[in-house]
Design a protein around this ligand. Structure first.
Ligand SMILES: O=C(CO)[C@H](O)[C@H](O)COP(=O)(O)O
Length: 232
């Protein structure tokens, strides 16, 4: 199986949690894209769901597939959210935001009773941080925010480059919410909760990609098939 096949199989497994009448949050990224494709097939076959997409990309994909959409203003509470992740660590702690949608993804996940993660098995790690932690920041005060993040990280013994995310054409990446992303190369985040708490106190930080306590389970696909990781 290619990594993309694995992503699709993980997405297919998560579909077993979807029942008619559910209000769903749809994530963003190449694995979430498979889930939306498969969900679209089910909707065409008669499944009734109402979905909130976590990105403009997912919105357009879902709309094109005829999946009924709503917003968190019309439908503030969701039954289930299905999304990918960049890393899955101990106790279903996650790093997300590689696709740049972390703020909306977290808002959608927080509105859902349960979040199920879908991924290929390369995403499972013993310690979070090898994947650079995305931190969404306001363009205003960028320099000061960057220094504040460095200081908050240093208090926990973390250092490493903080890279302003750019697009393939070299322009600065702008999120759906109009913010920038600093990718923080911390390598080993031994205390994610302390880092999350530290980042949350910085005014210019809109949100960070540590998703702690959100996921209720993860479908992880590898060459041997799909396995479910549940809460510890
Ligand atoms: O957090 C995300 C987007 O902001 C994605 O879920 C994460 O980057 C995983 O992406 P992919 O499924 O393409 O590997």
């Amino acid at each position: 199986m290619t990594p993309d096949d694995m992503k699709r199989e993980a997405a297919r497994a998560a579909l077993t949690h979807v029942e008619s009448g559910m209000r769903l949050g749809l994530g963003h990224g190449s694995t979430a894209k498979h889930f939306v494709d498969l969900l679209g097939e089910k909707v065409r076959d008669g499944l009734r769901v109402l979905c909130v997409p976590a990105s403009e990309f997912t919105h357009d994909q879902a709309q094109g597939l005829g999946i009924p959409l709503t917003t968190l203003d019309e439908t503030p509470e969701l039954d289930l959210c299905v999304d990918g992740a960049d890393e899955i660590g101990p106790n279903l702690s996650l790093i997300k935001g590689g696709g740049g949608a972390l703020l909306r993804e977290k808002i959608v996940a927080a509105a859902a009773q349960a979040m199920i993660v879908i991924a290929d098995d390369s995403k499972v790690v013993p310690t979070l941080g090898r994947f650079p932690l995305p931190v969404e920041v306001t363009p205003f005060g960028f320099g000061a925010t960057r220094v504040a993040i460095e200081k908050a990280a240093a208090k926990l013994g973390l250092s490493g480059a903080l890279t302003l995310r750019t697009r393939p054409d070299g322009l600065v990446f702008v999120t759906d919410g109009g913010h920038h992303i600093l990718d923080c190369h911390f390598e080993k985040i031994l205390d994610p909760a302390a880092l999350a708490a530290g980042l949350s106190t910085i005014p210019g930080v809109v949100e960070h990609g540590l998703f702690l306590g959100y996921a209720k389970g993860a479908y992880v696909a590898g060459n041997a098939g799909v396995r479910f990781i549940g809460p510890a």
